[in-house]
Design a protein. Structure first.
Length: 137
């Protein structure tokens, strides 16, 4: 083993996952008309979280007023893509309507739920990917 190989092996052993999640803030509605915007924002968040060795991607739904099956489909696709990268997608502050949608579709247990967006995540400069998705309903 060369010195350079030994150094890179040592660096790899000490790389650890970042404890602060990346956050996607969703504003407005998650429906068919806005699914492409949501998909792009989630893709960006997954790429950023993976690049920075984070373990969680939090979708902050505090300001999301509505989600239909299209929005839910995008969230499920993002969950699958994130899992492929070793990430967990968590939903923060889901509305009553969102919780009911998860219940009705039988996927309540698929997404870990948080009562609010983690405070530590919001103070990481440049790490919050804004996703203003359409007008509020």
């Amino acid at each position: 083993m060369t010195a350079a190989t030994a150094r890179s092996a040592s660096i790899a052993q000490h790389a650890v996952a970042h404890p602060v999640p990346c956050v996607i803030r969703v504003h407005g509605v998650m429906d068919l008309d806005h699914s492409a915007e949501l998909r792009d924002a989630l893709r960006t968040g997954i790429e950023l979280a993976h690049k920075e060795r984070r373990t969680d991607l939090v979708v902050d739904l505090t300001h999301s007023s509505f989600c239909d099956s299209s929005g839910l489909g995008v969230l499920l696709q993002a969950r699958s893509a994130a899992a492929d990268q070793g990430l967990t997608v968590r939903l923060a502050a889901p509305s009553h309507q969102m919780l009911r949608l998860l219940e009705l579709t039988g996927i309540t247990e698929v997404f870990p739920l948080l009562p609010a967006c983690p405070a530590a995540a919001t103070v990481v400069a440049g790490r919050v990917v804004p996703a203003t998705i359409g007008p509020s309903r």
